[in-house]
Ligand binder design. Structure first.
Ligand code: SF4
Length: 365
């Protein structure tokens, strides 16, 4: 794989001296022993954090020993991600701009479900992005650095708290915010292992989706991780020529190689891989494109999500993309479904506050 796609290496969260929030149950138990406390409290501490987004001490005999809570809070305060901007769209979508101690900022989004007690979260994996997808606002803020496990967890906790305040439960998370998650896989997997720890009241693996623009070695590494998370692949075109116009990284990973890696991933899991396809007026939305897509997916058992484009202004190549008109979207979907492909048109959320797919930036929008 070529060097430009590696980004900077993930900062490893040191189990001996790094932030306590980056530790798993065993690591936190060891930290408690170092601090002179019983390691048995590690599980309840992490459970309260992962389920409520805050340190909630139990009553009665299960109370934490004197001084433990203060010590934990001290550690949290030193690492805390500050929410410096919050915007709420008319559809209830909430966008948070978080700032980390070094001044780096990322956006995270909470999307209310149609069920009144649930919500989905969208997490960022990098500060900016090096992939340069032409229709994406994040691409315009370029790549600054990878996020750490702790920084990804801070986003998760901020969304948990936001959901609790709105009377909803954070039910699913997707790594579809800023950045390419598979180029920061060490940190993303570290966060996923904590978020997906069912014993701590976190989400299950199946409630977590990792999305990629098609980094083949990353898909293979995620596959070999053995984690039963969902995989989403942003394809956006069935042919190399159109894809390379939209996604500069496409010249490194042909569609055939991406789908072969996705086939292997899917063959080891019960759930289908999801293909993301953003429909752009006059670019990738012709019947010929739909037929090409149908040929790729009619026998693969993968699901295709047709996404409405959320305008982000002029792209890096100087093109102002437009969303495909409604009748074109209908015809496109119909061609796929007639060929036996499971295809859904996805609603766009949070447009009024630039919180929709492809609209996230490093500053408040
Ligand atoms: S669409 Fe995703 S991978 Fe592409 S530039 Fe935007 S954030 Fe990066």
């Amino acid at each position: 794989m070529n060097r430009p796609f590696h980004g900077s290496p993930a900062r490893v969260d040191d189990p001996a001296s790094g932030p306590w929030m980056g530790l798993d149950r065993v690591g936190l138990g060891e930290r408690f022993v170092q601090w002179g406390y019983n390691p048995v409290h590690a599980g309840p501490v992490l459970r309260s954090l992962l389920t409520r987004g805050a340190l909630m001490e139990p009553d009665g005999s299960a109370r934490w020993p004197q001084g433990l809570r203060e010590r934990l809070e001290e550690g949290l305060a030193a690492e805390e991600a500050e929410v410096i901007h919050r915007a709420e769209a008319p559809d209830g979508t909430v966008k948070l701009l978080l700032r980390f101690p070094d001044g780096a900022t990322v956006e995270s989004v909470l999307m209310p479900d149609y069920r009144s007690d649930r919500a989905a979260g969208c997490l960022s994996s990098q500060v900016g992005c090096a992939m340069g997808c032409d229709f994406c606002a994040t691409a315009q803020s370029f790549f600054r650095r990878n996020l750490t496990v702790v920084e990804i967890l801070h986003q998760f906790l901020a969304l948990r708290r936001e959901a609790v305040a709105l009377g909803r439960r954070l039910q699913t998370v997707v790594f579809m915010g800023m950045g390419e998650p598979l180029l920061n896989l060490t940190a993303v997997l570290g966060a996923v292992r904590r978020i997906g720890d069912n014993a701590l009241g976190g989400l299950g693996w199946r409630q977590i989706t990792v999305s990629t623009v098609g980094i083949v070695p990353g898909i293979e590494s995620l596959d070999h991780s053995g984690l039963n998370v969902n995989l989403a692949v942003s394809l956006h075109a069935p042919d190399e020529e159109t894809r390379r116009q939209l996604l500069p990284m496409a010249r490194h990973f042909p569609v055939g190689d991406i789908l072969a890696a996705a086939d292997r991933f899917q063959s080891r899991r019960p759930q289908p891989v999801v293909i993301q396809y953003c429909l752009l007026d006059g670019v990738n939305d012709s019947p010929a494109h739909a037929e090409g897509l149908a040929r790729l997916f009619r026998d693969r058992g993968m699901h295709v999500n047709l996404l409405r484009y959320n305008p982000t202004g002029i792209g890096l190549r100087g093109i102002a993309y437009r969303p495909s008109p409604e009748p074109v979207v209908e015809v496109f979907g119909e061609i796929l479904r007639r060929s036996g492909v499971v295809a859904h048109v996805r609603r766009s959320r949070g447009q009024g506050i630039d919180a929709a797919c492809g609209q996230l930036r490093r500053t408040a929008g």
